[in-house]
Design a binder for this molecule. Structure first.
Ligand code: G3H
Ligand code: ZN
Length: 285
């Protein structure tokens, strides 16, 4: 197996009526857990890093880690830049041999978003790298929040602009804002599925960010309406930090990393396995 473009994985998913998980990593433990879960369930998978995660990881070795693990366990994987904010960041990811990039120009005006996304697509496509653009803005950070979700309606994707945005920019994947938000809140989000249905006329794979904390039935309906990629970060972070705290509390004298971390990997793996089953990509690898 090898590291492929996410366009290849996601077009197959869209045709097959399932979605593929895009899981964030910032440690070798999380990377291992994601690959282990995908191998166990014979699922394709996308491994992604935000700008912060990318900067924390050694960008020279992340590709080799992902490639070696995917080769060893026979997993089809894409390595994706998540929420890249500039062409410079995209170039750094391409240099680090990423096979897919998300350019998030959703905080700019519609016209500026088109221009920057177009530039990125032109640059990346020459190197056979897939490009995800974002129309509408997905707010929040990948953390456990103690307040209720507040969705700003003006941030939602305008279905009337989606076709033009896809055509003008030449993107392969479209990230949508339909009531999804980054992080886990005290109340679950409510996806605007009618809006999603109208957006899905663009006929390219759609990406649902903020995959943590969305009720399972809503995810299933969204996949039926064209969501081919679901991003998950917060729930993996919660598994990592939660289990690490438990382990250190249960064994306060333990200092050996390889005795502490297997349980942490296992907890992340469980989350990834559940998501793979929910998204329907089991056995599609
Ligand atoms: O881009 C990353 C994702 O959208 C993660 O969202 O932290 O709510 O799972 P999440
Ligand atoms: Zn996101």
């Amino acid at each position: 197996m090898t590291v492929v473009s996410s366009k290849k994985i996601l077009e197959e998913a869209l045709r097959g009526g399932y979605a593929v998980g895009a899981f964030n990593t910032s440690t070798l433990e999380a990377t291992k857990a994601i690959i282990n879960a995908a191998a166990k369930l014979a699922s394709p998978v996308i491994i992604e890093t935000s700008e912060g995660e990318f900067n924390f990881l050694d960008s020279n070795i992340i590709f080799d880690q992902v490639k070696d693990l995917s080769d060893e366990y026979g997993v089809t994987v894409a390595l994706h830049l998540d929420h890249g904010k500039s062409l410079e960041t995209v170039k750094k990811a391409v240099e680090a041999r990423y096979t897919s990039v998300h350019i998030d120009a959703s905080n700019l005006s519609y016209q500026e978003n088109i221009e920057l996304t177009q530039k990125v697509a032109e640059f990346a496509h020459k190197k056979n790298i897939s490009v995800e653009g974002e129309l509408g803005h997905i707010s929040g950070s990948s953390e456990k929040h103690s307040e209720k979700i507040e969705i700003n309606l003006s941030n939602l994707t305008d279905p009337g602009l989606a076709k033009e945005f896809v055509k003008e920019t030449g993107i392969d994947i479209l990230a949508v804002s339909i009531g999804n938000i980054h992080g886990v809140y005290t109340n679950p989000p409510e996806l605007d599925l009618g809006r999603l249905e109208r957006i899905s006329k663009v006929k390219i794979p759609l990406s649902l960010h903020g995959g943590s904390g969305i009720p399972e039935n809503q995810i299933k309906m969204a996949v039926k309406l064209g969501i081919a990629k679901v991003n998950v970060n917060t729930e993996l972070r919660m598994a990592y930090a939660g289990e690490l705290r438990e382990e250190l509390k249960a064994h306060p004298k333990e200092i050996v990393p390889y005795k502490i971390l297997p349980e942490v990997i296992e907890e992340i793996e469980k989350v990834v396995e559940n998501k793979i089953k929910l998204f329907g990509s089991e056995g599609k690898g």
